[in-house]
Design a protein around this ligand. Structure first.
Ligand SMILES: Nc1ncnc2c1ncn2[C@@H]1O[C@H](COP(=O)(O)OP(=O)(O)OP(=O)(O)O)[C@@H](O)[C@H]1O
Ligand SMILES: [Mg+2]
Length: 171
């Protein structure tokens, strides 16, 4: 077994109700395979997404078999990010090369029926396949959710990401 998402202290703020609904709806919608969320620093993106994922997972019938979250940061360190993904998947990567590690992650993900993969603090377009995350799962059983700081999502746009509206200041 891998690691579960942490829990967060989530205050039910009026300014977040709409975005929370939007995100939970996208999480439940099997046709939304790529979701992008953006907003300025400190707007509560990470908190909101963790809370939304925990909410859909805590229902009687879970939406996802596995939820993975990794922090990418300004400069993508493929090896480190692969390590975070592996920890959450509950596997140990013994391979040296990034390429072989990606294959191992991909193989493990293929065994999961429904996987939610959250990549936090994405700053630029990243090659998901290089990490071991299929950019488009063949049977749409996997959902990728990217969180980005900033006013727009355009520079990390991965083909047809469904985007939520930018988040307003916390009120
Ligand atoms: N709904 C909420 N209820 C209570 N606290 C919140 C809520 N949303 C955000 N916060 C608090 O506000 C701070 C910033 O939130 P968070 O880290 O989620 O923002 P962020 O948009 O992910 O920031 P960054 O762009 O720097 O990653 C945190 O201390 C968090 O605990
Ligand atoms: Mg954040």
């Amino acid at each position: 077994m891998g690691f579960a998402l942490p829990t967060v202290d989530y205050e039910e703020l009026q300014s977040r109700v709409e975005t929370m609904n939007e995100i939970t709806k996208a999480l439940e919608d099997s046709s939304a395979t790529m979701i992008g969320i953006h907003g300025l620093a400190g707007m509560g993106k990470t908190t909101l997404v963790i809370e939304a994922a925990n909410r859909v997972q805590n229902r009687e019938s879970k939406v996802f078999d596995v939820v993975i979250m990794a922090n990418v940061g300004k400069i993508l360190d493929i090896r480190k990010t692969q390590g975070q993904i592996a920890d959450m998947l509950g596997i140990i990567l013994q391979e040296e090369s990034e390429y072989a590690r990606a294959i191992r992650i991909k193989e493990k993900l293929k065994k999961e029926k429904n996987a939610l993969i959250i990549l936090d603090d994405v700053y630029a377009k990243i090659d998901l396949d290089m990490l071991g995350i299929p950019s488009q799962s063949p049977d749409d059983k996997q959902k990728n959710l990217l969180l980005k700081e900033g006013k727009s999502f355009s520079n990390v746009d991965q083909t047809k990401a469904r985007q939520t509206k930018p988040m307003d200041p916390l009120l």
